[in-house]
Write a protein that binds this ligand. Structure first.
Ligand code: UTP
Length: 298
Protein backbone atom coordinates (compact mmCIF):
# COMPACT_ATOMS: atom_id res chain seq x y z
CA UNK A 1 0.00 0.00 0.00
CA UNK A 2 1.34 3.44 -0.88
CA UNK A 3 1.72 6.13 1.79
CA UNK A 4 -1.20 8.40 2.51
CA UNK A 5 -1.69 12.14 2.69
CA UNK A 6 -4.33 11.83 5.44
CA UNK A 7 -1.84 12.78 8.16
CA UNK A 8 1.61 14.26 8.38
CA UNK A 9 2.25 14.10 12.11
CA UNK A 10 2.67 11.01 14.26
CA UNK A 11 2.58 11.27 18.05
CA UNK A 12 4.41 8.63 20.06
CA UNK A 13 3.65 8.80 23.79
CA UNK A 14 6.74 7.67 25.70
CA UNK A 15 6.46 9.39 29.07
CA UNK A 16 4.98 6.52 31.10
CA UNK A 17 6.62 5.09 34.20
CA UNK A 18 7.05 1.60 32.74
CA UNK A 19 6.35 0.00 36.12
CA UNK A 20 5.98 -3.48 34.65
CA UNK A 21 9.64 -3.31 33.65
CA UNK A 22 11.03 -2.28 37.02
CA UNK A 23 13.77 -2.29 38.15
CA UNK A 24 15.23 -1.64 34.66
CA UNK A 25 13.01 1.38 34.07
CA UNK A 26 14.42 3.15 37.13
CA UNK A 27 16.99 4.57 34.74
CA UNK A 28 16.40 3.06 31.28
CA UNK A 29 13.26 4.09 29.34
CA UNK A 30 11.40 0.98 28.21
CA UNK A 31 10.96 2.57 24.76
CA UNK A 32 14.74 2.19 24.26
CA UNK A 33 14.94 -1.49 25.16
CA UNK A 34 16.32 -3.30 22.10
CA UNK A 35 14.32 -5.72 20.01
CA UNK A 36 17.50 -7.56 18.91
CA UNK A 37 19.54 -4.37 18.34
CA UNK A 38 16.93 -1.70 17.60
CA UNK A 39 14.88 0.22 20.16
CA UNK A 40 11.15 -0.41 19.87
CA UNK A 41 10.48 3.29 19.35
CA UNK A 42 12.61 3.26 16.20
CA UNK A 43 10.55 0.38 14.80
CA UNK A 44 7.37 2.36 15.44
CA UNK A 45 8.86 5.56 13.96
CA UNK A 46 9.78 3.58 10.82
CA UNK A 47 6.19 2.34 10.61
CA UNK A 48 4.89 5.94 10.83
CA UNK A 49 7.34 7.12 8.16
CA UNK A 50 6.35 4.25 5.88
CA UNK A 51 2.70 5.30 6.20
CA UNK A 52 3.56 8.85 5.10
CA UNK A 53 4.25 10.73 8.35
CA UNK A 54 6.83 13.50 8.07
CA UNK A 55 6.96 14.65 11.69
CA UNK A 56 7.28 12.61 14.85
CA UNK A 57 6.26 14.20 18.13
CA UNK A 58 7.75 12.16 20.96
CA UNK A 59 6.05 12.81 24.27
CA UNK A 60 8.61 12.23 27.02
CA UNK A 61 9.11 13.15 30.62
CA UNK A 62 12.01 15.27 31.90
CA UNK A 63 13.67 12.05 33.20
CA UNK A 64 13.51 10.32 29.81
CA UNK A 65 15.39 12.72 27.52
CA UNK A 66 17.45 9.85 26.11
CA UNK A 67 14.35 8.74 24.16
CA UNK A 68 14.51 11.89 22.02
CA UNK A 69 18.31 11.58 21.92
CA UNK A 70 17.88 8.43 19.85
CA UNK A 71 16.48 10.59 17.02
CA UNK A 72 19.34 13.10 17.07
CA UNK A 73 22.41 12.61 14.94
CA UNK A 74 25.79 11.82 16.47
CA UNK A 75 28.42 13.37 14.16
CA UNK A 76 31.28 12.25 16.45
CA UNK A 77 30.20 8.62 16.45
CA UNK A 78 29.42 8.73 12.73
CA UNK A 79 32.90 10.07 12.02
CA UNK A 80 34.54 7.34 14.10
CA UNK A 81 32.54 4.62 12.34
CA UNK A 82 33.30 6.16 8.92
CA UNK A 83 37.04 6.32 9.75
CA UNK A 84 36.97 2.65 10.70
CA UNK A 85 35.08 1.68 7.56
CA UNK A 86 32.11 0.35 9.55
CA UNK A 87 29.52 1.26 6.93
CA UNK A 88 26.78 -1.13 8.09
CA UNK A 89 26.94 0.27 11.63
CA UNK A 90 27.05 3.82 10.27
CA UNK A 91 23.81 3.16 8.43
CA UNK A 92 22.21 1.84 11.61
CA UNK A 93 23.29 4.91 13.58
CA UNK A 94 21.94 7.29 10.93
CA UNK A 95 18.60 5.52 10.43
CA UNK A 96 16.51 6.96 13.30
CA UNK A 97 17.39 10.65 12.73
CA UNK A 98 16.79 10.19 9.00
CA UNK A 99 13.32 8.64 9.25
CA UNK A 100 11.32 11.80 9.92
CA UNK A 101 11.60 15.18 11.62
CA UNK A 102 11.52 14.41 15.34
CA UNK A 103 10.31 16.86 17.97
CA UNK A 104 9.73 16.59 21.67
CA UNK A 105 6.73 17.44 23.83
CA UNK A 106 7.15 17.17 27.57
CA UNK A 107 4.66 15.50 29.89
CA UNK A 108 5.78 16.59 33.35
CA UNK A 109 3.83 13.88 35.15
CA UNK A 110 2.48 10.55 33.92
CA UNK A 111 -1.20 11.49 34.13
CA UNK A 112 -2.37 9.01 31.51
CA UNK A 113 -2.26 8.32 27.79
CA UNK A 114 -4.94 10.92 27.02
CA UNK A 115 -2.97 13.55 28.91
CA UNK A 116 0.23 12.53 27.08
CA UNK A 117 -1.45 12.97 23.67
CA UNK A 118 -2.84 16.37 24.77
CA UNK A 119 0.74 17.46 25.62
CA UNK A 120 1.55 17.24 21.89
CA UNK A 121 -1.11 19.77 20.93
CA UNK A 122 1.24 22.82 20.88
CA UNK A 123 3.42 20.97 18.35
CA UNK A 124 0.64 20.72 15.77
CA UNK A 125 0.44 22.97 12.74
CA UNK A 126 -2.71 24.30 11.08
CA UNK A 127 -2.32 21.64 8.42
CA UNK A 128 -2.75 18.83 10.96
CA UNK A 129 -6.45 17.97 10.47
CA UNK A 130 -5.68 14.54 11.83
CA UNK A 131 -2.79 12.94 13.70
CA UNK A 132 -1.61 9.38 14.03
CA UNK A 133 -0.87 8.07 17.51
CA UNK A 134 1.35 5.00 17.82
CA UNK A 135 2.06 3.30 21.13
CA UNK A 136 5.70 2.27 21.11
CA UNK A 137 5.06 -0.78 23.28
CA UNK A 138 2.67 -2.31 20.76
CA UNK A 139 4.20 -3.82 17.62
CA UNK A 140 1.55 -4.36 14.96
CA UNK A 141 2.74 -6.72 12.23
CA UNK A 142 3.03 -6.57 9.34
CA UNK A 143 3.13 -2.77 9.01
CA UNK A 144 0.45 -1.12 6.89
CA UNK A 145 -2.39 -0.76 9.41
CA UNK A 146 -2.08 3.04 9.45
CA UNK A 147 -2.31 3.26 5.69
CA UNK A 148 -5.48 1.16 5.72
CA UNK A 149 -6.85 3.37 8.51
CA UNK A 150 -6.09 6.51 6.48
CA UNK A 151 -8.13 5.13 3.55
CA UNK A 152 -11.07 4.66 5.91
CA UNK A 153 -10.77 8.25 7.13
CA UNK A 154 -10.69 9.45 3.52
CA UNK A 155 -14.01 7.66 2.97
CA UNK A 156 -15.89 8.19 6.25
CA UNK A 157 -14.11 11.17 7.83
CA UNK A 158 -13.69 11.33 11.60
CA UNK A 159 -11.33 9.07 13.54
CA UNK A 160 -10.17 5.54 12.82
CA UNK A 161 -8.81 3.00 15.29
CA UNK A 162 -7.20 -0.40 14.87
CA UNK A 163 -8.57 -3.69 16.21
CA UNK A 164 -7.49 -7.29 16.50
CA UNK A 165 -9.96 -10.17 16.49
CA UNK A 166 -9.18 -11.92 19.79
CA UNK A 167 -10.47 -15.32 21.00
CA UNK A 168 -13.44 -14.58 23.26
CA UNK A 169 -11.91 -16.39 26.24
CA UNK A 170 -8.97 -13.90 26.20
CA UNK A 171 -11.04 -10.78 25.66
CA UNK A 172 -11.16 -9.62 29.29
CA UNK A 173 -7.55 -8.37 29.03
CA UNK A 174 -8.51 -5.73 26.45
CA UNK A 175 -10.52 -2.63 25.58
CA UNK A 176 -13.32 -4.02 23.37
CA UNK A 177 -15.31 -2.27 20.62
CA UNK A 178 -19.08 -2.26 20.31
CA UNK A 179 -19.55 -2.15 16.53
CA UNK A 180 -21.91 -2.20 13.56
CA UNK A 181 -20.84 -3.61 10.19
CA UNK A 182 -20.23 -1.39 7.14
CA UNK A 183 -20.36 -2.49 3.50
CA UNK A 184 -16.64 -3.31 3.68
CA UNK A 185 -15.19 -6.41 5.37
CA UNK A 186 -12.99 -5.58 8.35
CA UNK A 187 -14.18 -1.95 8.52
CA UNK A 188 -16.66 -1.44 11.34
CA UNK A 189 -18.47 1.56 12.74
CA UNK A 190 -17.83 2.02 16.45
CA UNK A 191 -20.80 2.66 18.77
CA UNK A 192 -18.87 2.43 22.01
CA UNK A 193 -16.05 0.77 23.92
CA UNK A 194 -15.93 -1.39 27.03
CA UNK A 195 -12.74 -1.78 29.08
CA UNK A 196 -11.81 -5.35 30.04
CA UNK A 197 -15.28 -6.96 29.89
CA UNK A 198 -16.06 -10.51 31.06
CA UNK A 199 -16.09 -12.82 27.98
CA UNK A 200 -19.86 -13.31 28.12
CA UNK A 201 -20.48 -9.54 28.46
CA UNK A 202 -18.10 -8.46 25.67
CA UNK A 203 -19.98 -6.65 22.87
CA UNK A 204 -17.62 -8.15 20.25
CA UNK A 205 -14.28 -9.92 19.98
CA UNK A 206 -12.58 -6.85 18.47
CA UNK A 207 -9.95 -5.52 20.83
CA UNK A 208 -8.17 -2.17 20.60
CA UNK A 209 -4.55 -2.04 19.43
CA UNK A 210 -2.09 0.82 19.92
CA UNK A 211 -2.69 2.61 16.60
CA UNK A 212 -5.02 5.58 16.27
CA UNK A 213 -5.78 8.02 13.49
CA UNK A 214 -7.49 10.85 15.30
CA UNK A 215 -9.34 13.82 13.96
CA UNK A 216 -8.06 17.05 15.44
CA UNK A 217 -11.39 17.30 17.33
CA UNK A 218 -9.93 14.79 19.80
CA UNK A 219 -7.89 17.57 21.42
CA UNK A 220 -11.05 19.48 22.39
CA UNK A 221 -12.53 16.24 23.72
CA UNK A 222 -9.34 15.65 25.76
CA UNK A 223 -9.87 19.07 27.38
CA UNK A 224 -13.35 18.07 28.46
CA UNK A 225 -12.84 14.60 29.95
CA UNK A 226 -12.20 13.91 33.61
CA UNK A 227 -9.82 11.30 35.07
CA UNK A 228 -11.12 7.76 34.48
CA UNK A 229 -9.64 4.32 35.22
CA UNK A 230 -6.60 4.53 37.54
CA UNK A 231 -7.16 8.27 38.05
CA UNK A 232 -5.64 8.86 34.60
CA UNK A 233 -6.90 10.86 31.62
CA UNK A 234 -7.76 8.07 29.21
CA UNK A 235 -7.53 8.48 25.44
CA UNK A 236 -10.44 6.06 25.02
CA UNK A 237 -12.65 8.35 27.17
CA UNK A 238 -12.00 11.20 24.72
CA UNK A 239 -12.85 8.89 21.80
CA UNK A 240 -16.02 7.79 23.65
CA UNK A 241 -17.01 11.44 24.03
CA UNK A 242 -16.54 12.02 20.31
CA UNK A 243 -18.76 9.00 19.54
CA UNK A 244 -21.44 10.31 21.93
CA UNK A 245 -21.40 13.63 20.12
CA UNK A 246 -21.97 11.97 16.74
CA UNK A 247 -18.42 12.15 15.41
CA UNK A 248 -17.74 9.19 13.10
CA UNK A 249 -15.37 6.59 14.54
CA UNK A 250 -14.47 3.40 12.69
CA UNK A 251 -12.11 0.52 13.26
CA UNK A 252 -10.03 -1.41 10.80
CA UNK A 253 -9.59 -5.04 11.83
CA UNK A 254 -5.92 -5.86 11.33
CA UNK A 255 -5.36 -9.48 10.31
CA UNK A 256 -1.80 -9.99 11.42
CA UNK A 257 0.42 -10.43 14.42
CA UNK A 258 1.19 -8.30 17.40
CA UNK A 259 3.71 -8.06 20.20
CA UNK A 260 2.95 -6.38 23.51
CA UNK A 261 6.33 -4.97 24.53
CA UNK A 262 4.92 -3.41 27.70
CA UNK A 263 5.73 -6.41 29.90
CA UNK A 264 8.81 -8.64 30.08
CA UNK A 265 6.98 -11.77 28.83
CA UNK A 266 5.68 -10.05 25.70
CA UNK A 267 8.98 -8.31 25.12
CA UNK A 268 10.91 -11.58 25.23
CA UNK A 269 8.60 -13.14 22.68
CA UNK A 270 9.13 -10.19 20.35
CA UNK A 271 12.89 -10.36 20.80
CA UNK A 272 12.95 -14.10 20.02
CA UNK A 273 10.58 -13.66 17.06
CA UNK A 274 12.73 -10.90 15.53
CA UNK A 275 16.01 -12.65 16.37
CA UNK A 276 14.89 -15.88 14.67
CA UNK A 277 14.32 -13.87 11.47
CA UNK A 278 17.68 -12.12 11.74
CA UNK A 279 20.29 -13.52 9.32
CA UNK A 280 23.14 -12.81 11.75
CA UNK A 281 21.66 -14.26 14.93
CA UNK A 282 18.75 -16.41 13.72
CA UNK A 283 20.42 -19.70 12.73
CA UNK A 284 22.47 -20.04 15.93
CA UNK A 285 19.57 -19.00 18.14
CA UNK A 286 17.29 -21.55 16.49
CA UNK A 287 19.80 -24.31 17.13
CA UNK A 288 20.39 -23.27 20.73
CA UNK A 289 16.64 -22.91 21.40
CA UNK A 290 15.83 -26.38 20.03
CA UNK A 291 18.60 -27.87 22.14
CA UNK A 292 17.44 -25.94 25.20
CA UNK A 293 13.83 -27.05 24.70
CA UNK A 294 14.72 -30.69 24.18
CA UNK A 295 16.95 -30.63 27.30
CA UNK A 296 14.05 -29.11 29.27
CA UNK A 297 11.67 -31.85 28.01
CA UNK A 298 13.89 -34.63 29.28
P1 UTP B 1 1.47 1.94 29.16
O1 UTP B 1 0.44 1.94 30.20
O2 UTP B 1 1.71 0.68 28.39
O3 UTP B 1 2.90 2.36 29.74
O4 UTP B 1 1.22 3.14 28.18
P2 UTP B 1 3.38 2.70 31.18
O5 UTP B 1 2.35 3.44 31.95
O6 UTP B 1 4.70 3.36 30.99
O7 UTP B 1 3.66 1.23 31.74
P3 UTP B 1 3.27 0.50 33.11
O8 UTP B 1 1.80 0.19 32.99
O9 UTP B 1 3.62 1.43 34.24
O10 UTP B 1 4.13 -0.71 33.08
C1 UTP B 1 1.30 3.04 26.77
C2 UTP B 1 2.25 4.12 26.24
O11 UTP B 1 1.82 5.40 26.68
C3 UTP B 1 2.86 6.10 27.33
C4 UTP B 1 3.85 5.04 27.80
O12 UTP B 1 5.18 5.57 27.83
C5 UTP B 1 3.69 3.94 26.75
O13 UTP B 1 4.57 4.13 25.66
N1 UTP B 1 2.31 6.91 28.44
C6 UTP B 1 1.50 6.34 29.36
C7 UTP B 1 2.64 8.25 28.52
O14 UTP B 1 3.37 8.79 27.67
N2 UTP B 1 2.16 8.98 29.57
C8 UTP B 1 1.35 8.44 30.52
O15 UTP B 1 0.95 9.17 31.44
C9 UTP B 1 1.00 7.09 30.41
Amino acid sequence: MSPTTAFRTAIVPAAGLGTRFLPTTKSVPKELLPVVDTPAIELVAAEAAEAGAERLVIVTSPEKSSVAGHFQSRPDLEQTLADRGKTALLEKVRRAPGLLQAEVAIQEQALGLGHAVACARPNLTEADDAVAVLLPDDLVLPTGALTAMARVRERFGGSVLCAFDIPREQISAYGVFDVDPTDTDDVLRVKGMVEKPAPEAAPSTFAAAGRYLLDRAVFDALDRITPGAGGELQLTDAVALLIEEGHPVHVVVHRGGRHDLGNPGGFLRAAVDFALENPEYGPELREWLSQRLSDAAR
